[in-house]
Design a protein. Structure first.
Length: 277
């Protein structure tokens, strides 16, 4: 799992690598957040994808406080990952913030103070069935002018897979996290920009969507630390989120595993707070 902080905190997070050992076998989790690899800044596109911020240093909110990524799914509800709000650094009652600014270091950077949050109560109880979702609640009127994203219909990824429609499909990654060097000693540069890339389909499990992010093999990109909770779109459809970023390999060079939103597990939690299609 991947949330972003300083390099010091990132090193501490990597100590939690074994935390999700029972998730899909190719996953190496890092207890925190991931970013976009091989991507390009979105500019004004994907204006309904935002950054989750947390004042870790207690010195005021800046772009360096990017913690995770997420998506606006109603005018007052922001979807992200459960592991972004249930951490050793964010006790119950923590104050989170959300920004939809495309560049967190620009003069136009703005953020919204959340009114509360909730994680799936089953998160963390079963590493093989992670329930890695959380909702951030925002004040009424605070997202005026932003069109919320749609949730998928029940079982849509299974239906597409049964028709053979996923085997050559590209998924679109959008997030604020770090990038990653593609060769040599791993390095994770951060520029604070909302960026996008594409990844090839790898596999579907009952609750997981697996994507390839081996640039040398696919010529495409992926996600990395700081992208946790961010959306996965089908290429050509910017309106519907099919999964959210959960985890992947430490180097951010091989695979990404994402929590499906079309399953009974996800819909059981989301349906308590938002309308479902």
């Amino acid at each position: 799992m991947f949330f972003r902080r300083s390099e010091t905190l990132l090193a501490a997070l990597l100590l939690a690598v074994g935390a999700c050992a029972d998730a899909p076998s190719s996953i190496v989790a890092a207890g925190g957040v991931r970013s976009i690899v091989g991507g390009e800044p979105t500019g004004s596109d994907y204006g309904n994808v935002g950054a989750l911020l947390f004042d870790y240093g207690k010195n005021g909110i800046t772009g360096d406080d990017e913690w995770c990524t997420g998506s606006l799914i109603t005018p007052t509800v922001f979807l992200t990952a459960g592991h972004c709000v249930i951490t050793p650094y964010t006790p119950p009652g923590s104050q989170f913030y959300v920004s939809f600014s495309p560049d967190l270091f620009s003069k136009s950077f703005r953020y919204i103070a959340a009114t509360g949050f909730v994680a799936d109560p089953q998160y963390g109880h079963d590493q093989a069935n992670l329930h890695d979702l959380a909702l951030i609640f925002l004040p009424a009127g605070s997202t005026k002018g932003i069109t919320p994203l749609k949730l998928p219909t029940a079982g849509i990824l299974d239906a597409l897979a049964a028709k053979g429609a996923l085997s050559k499909t590209l998924f679109v990654n959008v997030g604020y996290g770090v990038s990653a060097t593609l060769t040599g000693i791993p390095s994770f540069p951060f520029d604070g920009k909302r960026s996008t890339s594409k990844s090839e389909f790898m596999g579907l499990q009952p609750t997981w969507l697996g994507l390839l992010m081996n640039n040398a093999a696919t010529g495409e990109g992926g996600d990395c630390y700081g992208d946790s909770g961010g959306p996965k779109f089908l290429d050509g459809d910017k309106t519907t989120i099919y999964a959210t970023v959960t985890t992947g390999d430490y180097n951010c060079r091989a695979t990404t595993w994402d929590w499906r939103l079309d399953t009974p597990e996800a819909r059981g939690f989301l349906g308590k707070y938002v309308p479902l299609p």
